[in-house]
Design a protein around this ligand. Structure first.
Ligand SMILES: Nc1ncnc2c1ncn2[C@@H]1O[C@H](COP(=O)(O)OP(=O)(O)O)[C@@H](O)[C@H]1O
Ligand SMILES: [Mg+2]
Length: 451
C-alpha cells in the first residue's frame, strides 16, 4: 500500500512538471485529475472539474468519444469561451479494456511560439546548408605536389614541418604555382584535417561584402530587415583552416578586423553584441609583393607581421624547367597511346609560363584533345605558346646553322626527359616512349650526343 501511495505521489509530481495541460477521466467519464497547466490553459480549476462528469462541466469535450471508439486523436482545435487550445487525446487500456482516457492540451500562444521557433530552426538549417555548400573539402595532400626541383622540395619540407603547428602561414607565388594546392596539403597534414577547409578569394568578393562573408551578421543587422542572419566563414572554419587567397586585395579597414581576430581569437558578427570565440588557423596566399605593399602603406604592417611568421615561397615554373617534363609525364599517365615530338618538349621547356602549372595543365589538355591520340606536335599547342616560341625563334635562329639548332634542341629534349625517367634500361624505355622514338634510335642519339 505504501508503495502504491508512493507511486501515485511520483506520478502526480511528473504530471505537474509537464508543460502541457493534462486531464484524465475514468471509464465512465468522471474527471480523475488535471494538472496546473490545464487550469492555466483552459481557465478551469480542479475544484470545478475533478470528481465530476467531464461532459457536464465541458459539454463540448471530445474525450468521452475516445472512451467509446478507443481511437486516439491529434491536434484537435478547441475553443471554450475565449480560451483556445489544441488537444491530443488517447484512451488508456488495461488488460484489453478501456479504463479511461487522457487529453493533453497546448494553448494556442504556445503553439504559435513553437511554430515560430520551428520556422527559426528551419531558417537556421537552410542557412547552414547554404554555408556548408561553401566548404570545399580539401582533397589534395603533399603526395599530389609533383616536382623534383630543389627549391620546391625545400618548400614542401618546410610546409610539412609547419603543418603540425598552429602557426599562420603566408604562401607567396605567382598565379598557378600551386598555392591552394599547398594550403590543402598543409590542412590535410595537420591535426585539423577532420575539420573544414574553407577557401575564400579576397579579390573575387567586393570589399563591402567580404566583411559579412568572413564574419557573418545577425538577423536584422541591415535596414533590409527581411534578411536572415548569416554565418561567417570564420565561424564555419572553426577548428579547421581558413584559406585567405589573394590577401593583398583585402581592404585596409578589413585588414584591421582580421588582425583583431588573429590576435584575440574572437570577433563580433556585424550587428552582433556578443564576442564569438573561434579556433581557426589562417593560411593566406598572395601573388603580390606584400613587403613592398607595406612600404607603400597599402598593406598593414602589423597584419603583415602576424601572417608572415611562416613564409613559404613557391617558385615559378620557368625557374624549375626540369619539373615541366615530370608534370607532363604525370598528366599523361592515363593516356598510354600519346607521345611527344621532341621539338614540342623543347618548346614547352623554353616557354615562360606566366600562368605556371595551371597554364601547363590547360595546354596539355588542349594538346591531347587536338592530337587525336597520337603524337603531340607543335601545331597541337595553344596559340599563345606557339606564338611565343616563333617570336624567340626569329630572334635567335639566324645566328646559327639550322643543323646545330636542331641538334641542340634534340639534345636538350633527350637530356631533360632522361632527367625525369632516369637512365636505367626501364627509364630509357620510358624516355623513348615519351619522345616518340624507338629504343634503338634513342641509344644512337645518346652515343651521338655523348649523353
Ligand atoms: N606541383 C604541382 N603538381 C601538380 N599539380 C599542381 C602543382 N602545382 C599546381 N598544380 C595544379 O595547378 C593548378 C593551379 O594550382 P593552384 O593551387 O590553384 O595555384 P594558385 O593558387 O597558386 O593559383 C591546380 O589544378 C593544381 O592542382
Ligand atoms: Mg589560387
Amino acid at each position: 500500500m505504501q508503495l502504491q501511495n508512493n507511486k501515485i505521489g511520483w506520478l502526480e509530481g511528473i504530471i505537474e512538471a509537464i508543460h502541457d495541460g493534462i486531464l484524465v477521466i475514468d471509464h465512465v467519464g468522471v474527471v480523475q485529475l488535471i494538472n496546473e497547466e490545464y487550469t492555466h490553459i483552459t481557465g478551469v480549476s480542479a475544484e470545478q472539474i475533478v470528481g465530476k462528469l467531464l461532459q457536464e462541466v465541458r459539454p463540448g469535450a471530445l474525450l468521452p468519444t475516445v472512451l467509446k471508439d478507443g481511437l486516439a486523436r491529434e491536434g484537435v482545435f478547441r475553443k471554450e469561451m475565449t480560451m483556445e487550445y489544441v488537444v491530443d487525446m488517447a484512451p488508456i487500456w488495461d488488460q484489453g479494456k478501456i479504463i479511461g482516457a487522457v487529453s493533453v492540451c497546448k494553448s494556442i500562444p504556445e503553439v504559435y511560439r513553437l511554430n515560430k521557433e520551428l520556422k527559426k530552426s528551419r531558417k537556421r538549417v537552410t542557412m547552414l546548408e547554404r554555408a556548408v555548400g561553401r566548404i570545399h573539402q580539401a582533397k589534395y595532400t603533399f603526395a599530389n605536389i609533383i616536382g623534383s626541383d630543389v627549391q620546391l622540395k625545400q618548400t614542401i619540407e618546410q610546409a610539412k614541418r609547419t603543418a603540425q603547428t598552429d602557426m599562420n602561414i603566408l604562401l607567396s607565388g605567382e598565379s598557378g604555382t600551386g598555392k591552394e594546392l599547398f594550403a590543402q596539403a598543409i590542412h590535410n597534414e595537420s591535426k585539423r584535417r577532420v575539420a573544414p577547409f574553407v577557401p575564400v578569394n579576397c579579390a573575387a568578393i567586393p570589399s563591402s561584402l567580404l566583411e559579412s562573408e568572413l564574419f557573418g551578421y545577425e538577423e536584422g543587422a541591415f535596414t533590409d530587415s527581411n534578411r536572415d542572419g548569416k554565418i561567417g566563414l570564420f565561424e564555419l572554419a572553426n577548428h579547421g583552416t581558413l584559406f585567405l587567397d589573394e590577401i593583398g586585395d583585402m581592404s585596409f579597414e578589413l585588414q584591421a578586423k582580421l588582425l583583431r581576430v588573429l590576435q584575440e581569437g574572437s570577433f563580433r558578427k556585424i550587428g552582433g553584441l556578443e564576442e564569438q570565440t573561434v579556433d581557426v588557423r589562417v593560411i593566406a596566399a598572395t601573388n603580390k609583393e606584400l613587403q613592398s605593399m607595406v612600404e607603400k602603406e597599402r598593406f598593414r604592417e602589423d597584419l603583415f607581421y602576424r601572417i608572415n611568421t611562416v613564409h613559404l615561397t613557391i617558385p615559378p615554373l620557368r625557374e624549375r624547367k626540369n619539373d615541366i617534363t615530370e608534370i607532363i609525364a604525370f598528366l599523361l599517365k592515363n593516356e598510354a597511346d600519346i607521345t611527344f615530338d621532341p621539338e614540342t618538349i623543347f618548346i614547352l621547356q623554353h616557354y615562360h609560363w606566366p600562368g605556371n602549372i595551371r597554364e601547363l595543365k590547360n595546354a596539355i589538355q588542349y594538346a591531347i584533345s587536338m592530337c587525336d591520340h597520337q603524337v603531340i606536335r607543335q601545331e597541337h599547342l595553344p596559340d599563345t605558346i606557339k606564338k611565343a616560341f616563333n617570336a624567340t625563334q626569329q630572334q635567335s635562329i639566324t645566328l646559327q646553322p639550322l643543323e646545330k639548332i636542331l641538334n641542340d634542341t634534340e639534345r636538350t629534349a633527350i637530356q631533360s626527359v632522361l632527367n625525369q625517367t632516369g637512365t636505367t634500361v626501364k627509364g630509357k624505355k620510358k624516355a623513348a616512349k615519351i619522345l616518340g622514338i624507338s629504343l634503338a634510335s634513342l641509344y644512337n642519339k645518346l652515343t651521338k650526343y655523348h649523353i
